[in-house]
Design a protein around this ligand. Structure first.
Ligand code: KIV
Length: 262
């Protein structure tokens, strides 16, 4: 049966882990879908792993629409989330709506945007108009120049307190999921316990409601894979076997291990 936002909330409520991978085309979508991945994220990480840029900033909305349409064509069961790329959802909620509407029309079930308190009005605007929103906190790749690099966020008490407050405000505004990227495991656990919606961790420890990896990191194809990632293709005889191993490791809590955690 097709996975919906209600399915994901019910999984969170019964402590069943949610397995998420990024995906950019129909052929991979078919394999990941058949291997039991719950959520496919058309991430703007495609700017790095597909287009070869050093950040996600050059990715255009039209490119996200194209890849979302490709992934939707190969997906039957998984819930499909698409990233709003840099510059497409600011400065106004109205602008965010018109960008998000294009992703939804291409087949997305939800859009993802980066940012804390500053995104609360936009999240409320979109969700009140029928567009589910996944928020993204911690390391915000679209703000890498402001943050000074791909660094762990929320280590200091004040930053951690702010992140929990932002997560709560985003949930109240209507966010249905929250990605937590590169934050200490203790902070991700505190956020997860403070919310009633699922959290999806990436470099955020094992105590989130689910995990996401960039597909090309999970398959060992990207030369600069981060410390929190793991190559699940190593020692396995194909992409479907690697994906099934990833799903199983997320579900049984053996991934991420201490080595992949801050
Ligand atoms: O673009 C992406 O792939 C993402 C994940 C890293 C969560 O946002």
């Amino acid at each position: 049966m097709a996975i919906t936002l209600s399915t994901l909330k019910a999984m969170r409520d019964r402590a069943e882990k949610i397995a998420v991978l990024t995906c950019y085309d129909a052929s991979f979508a078919r394999v990941l879908d058949a291997a039991g991945v719950d959520v496919l994220l058309v991430g703007d990480s495609l700017g790095m792993v597909i287009q070869g840029h050093t950040s996600t900033l050059p990715v255009k909305l039209a490119e996200m629409v194209y890849h979302t349409r490709c992934v939707a064509a190969g997906t039957e069961r998984a819930f499909l989330v698409a990233d709003l790329p840099f510059g497409s959802y600011q400065p106004s909620p109205e602008r965010a709506f018109s960008a998000a509407a294009r992703l939804m029309a291409a087949g997305a079930h939800m859009v993802k945007l980066e940012g804390g308190a500053i995104m609360v009005d936009t999240v409320a605007f979109l969700t009140q108009r029928g567009i589910p929103v996944c928020a993204h906190l911690g390391l915000l790749p679209q703000s890498v120049n402001q943050l000074g690099g791909y660094r762990v966020q929320g280590r200091e008490d004040a930053a951690a307190t702010q992140l929990v407050a932002d997560a709560r405000a985003l949930e109240v505004a209507g966010a249905g999921l929250i990605v937590l990227e590169m934050v200490p495991a203790t902070l991700a656990q505190a956020v997860t316990e403070a919310l009633t919606i699922p959290t999806i961790g990436i470099g955020a420890g094992v105590n989130c409601s689910g995990q996401v990896l960039v597909l090309y990191d999970m398959l060992g194809l990207y030369p600069r894979a981060p410390k929190f990632s793991k190559n699940f293709l190593e020692g396995r005889n194909g992409i479907e076997a690697a994906t099934r191993a990833y799903v199983a490791a997320v579900k049984d809590g053996s991934f991420p291990a201490a080595d992949h955690t801050f």
